[in-house]
Ligand binder design. Structure first.
Ligand code: AMP
Ligand code: GLY
Length: 423
């Protein structure tokens, strides 16, 4: 089949890398893609939210399957756009329709879903500018730290965790009354703070059945020891060493099953990935958030451990036969380290040449914010490349990635040297 991947990050390079290995894949396209996808697929210069341009490309290239990487097109309804179009309705789309994408698009929708289906999560209440005074009272009833979440998509910046009550009230006002995050914060969810260690669980579903992919742990903060500003993710490890078979079965029974059953009960068709952000509080998991796509950089460690043909899985998902698929996982650990532009996640420069790629041995370099200009690979984003390695242990895998990173260079390159430090 002919396949189109939407997106341009490390996640999409990893999807393309895995899809390119499939005997089901004839022609592979990525829109818009990056220098990494360009080496294994045809890049199309199209924005992921330009649905008309995507339609044209799908028809022109006889695309049979579209894999949606990021959340924006899903929340804007790209899957619905395909279903409603006579020429596109038979093209398979991996990613939920708009109604279910609200699990990521609206924190309040996700909380109400979890309440309805008795899925463990932090206690909460939501507020708008019309009842901001009640919001202050709710904050007074809680203990520090205070967790404020903009309801809508805010590019990963919409969650504030504050130690001081007065500061929390000020920020609540900034969000609701002064539109700190624009439309995304016309509603704010205030949550109980959960103290524990985070991990992520990835689920594939055709809307009826599901398969659980390997767990992963992401390192979100820019600084070593998990300090400083939040980023898209600075590295990842899979599997998560503290996830025992018992703990995984609790996750499956208390969270994964009720989530997939809940989608069915609520009449929310879902063909795609569910990324469940979890926090382990004592011996039990609670859901921090749902994402309706794979994580980045978690994809860079989860897909390399998947032995099963990914296109065969996608075909089964699209035809409602996921139950017939057997998922095989590589026993080895996989880790990835993100190389980022100096200054990220704040202002940084682009266009820096990346050298040393040809010297990397025994690791896979997934390109993220990198592009190909005049035969040179140059930086084009904050997160530039993810260096993934396998190992019998995660420590061995991490060591391999760091050894290869020594060979890579671009001006003001930065990476965390402590990925896995807390495991
Ligand atoms: P979210 O965008 O909902 O994943 O939140 C971003 C980050 O904020 C999470 O990865 C957690 O580190 C943190 N966080 C969110 N909700 C809570 C909570 N209720 N308790 C503690 N930390 C939280
Ligand atoms: N790495 C976190 C995310 O993809 O949202």
């Amino acid at each position: 089949m002919n396949i189109l991947v939407l997106g341009s990050g490390g996640r999409e390079h990893t999807f393309a890398w895995k899809i390119a290995k499939s005997s089901h894949c004839e022609n592979l396209f990525v829109a818009p893609g990056n220098s990494g996808t360009k080496s294994i697929a045809t890049n199309l210069d199209i924005s992921v939210t330009d649905f008309e341009a995507i339609k044209e490309a799908v028809l022109e290239n006889n695309i049979d399957l579209v894999v949606v990487g990021p959340e924006d097109p899903l929340v804007q309804g790209v899957h619905d756009f395909f279903l409603e179009d006579q020429d596109l309705k038979n093209v398979a789309v991996i990613g939920p329709q708009k109604a279910a994408a609200e699990l990521e698009g609206s924190k309040e929708f996700a909380k109400e879903f979890m309440m309805r289906h008795k899925i463990p999560t932090a206690a909460y209440q939501s507020f708008t500018k019309d009842n901001v005074e009640e919001g202050y009272k709710f904050l007074e009833s809680l203990n520090a730290p205070y967790v404020l979440k903009a309801d809508g998509l805010a590019a990963g910046k919409g969650v504030l965790i504050l130690n001081d009550l007065e500061e929390a009230k000020t920020e609540l006002k900034n969000m609701l009354v002064d539109a700190k995050f624009g439309d995304a914060s016309t509603k704010v969810v205030i949550e109980e703070f959960l103290d524990g260690i985070e991990l992520s669980c990835f689920v594939l579903t055709d809307g009826k059945d599901y398969k659980i992919l390997p767990t992963a742990k992401d390192y979100k903060r820019i600084g070593e020891g998990d300090t400083g500003l939040n980023t898209g993710g600075m590295g990842a490890v899979s599997p998560v060493p503290f996830v025992t078979a018992d703990f995984l079965s609790i996750i499956e029974n208390q969270i994964v099953k009720p989530t997939v059953d809940g989608l069915q009960k609520d009449n929310l068709p879902y063909v795609g990935f569910i990324f469940i952000g979890l926090i382990k509080v004592g011996d039990y998991p609670k859901v921090i958030e749902y994402n309706v796509r794979m994580g980045d950089p978690e994809t860079e460690v989860v897909l390399p451990r998947l032995k099963t043909d990914l296109v065969a899985i996608f075909k089964a998902m699209a035809s409602g036969t996921l139950a017939d698929i057997k998922i095989e996982i590589d026993e080895r650990a996989a880790t990835t380290i993100m190389l980022v532009s100096g200054g990220y996640p704040e202002a940084y420069e682009k266009g820096k040449e990346i050298t040393g790629l040809e010297k990397v041995e025994d690791s896979i370099v997934f390109h993220a914010g990198a592009n190909d200009t005049d035969g040179k690979v140059v930086t084009s984003g904050g997160r530039v490349m993810a260096v993934t390695s396998y190992g019998d242990t995660y420590q061995e895998a991490i060591k391999k990635s760091y050894q290869n990173i020594e060979k890579l260079h671009f001006d003001k390159m930065y990476y965390r040297k402590d990925i896995g430090f807390d495991l």
